[in-house]
Design a protein around this ligand. Sequence first.
Ligand code: 9UX
Length: 68
Amino acid sequence: MEQVEFKVEGMDCGGCVKSVTRMLNGVPGVSKVDVSLELAKAAVEFDAAQASLADLKRAVERAGFKAP
Ligand code: 9UX
């Protein structure tokens, strides 16, 4: 199990946190998601055989936020 933490830009309220959380949980292989509005970060636990950091960032961007 891989654990990563990366920056998520553009979240302005709890609704954004929910959107990002839902999108990340929708990525195959993801087992744990913790998105912080205050820190502007997402902490994700996933199976490296099924997903990559790039997949996670793509999911965040699909939700309409930036994950540089
Ligand atoms: Mo809150 Mo986020 O009104 O896209 S849901 S700012």
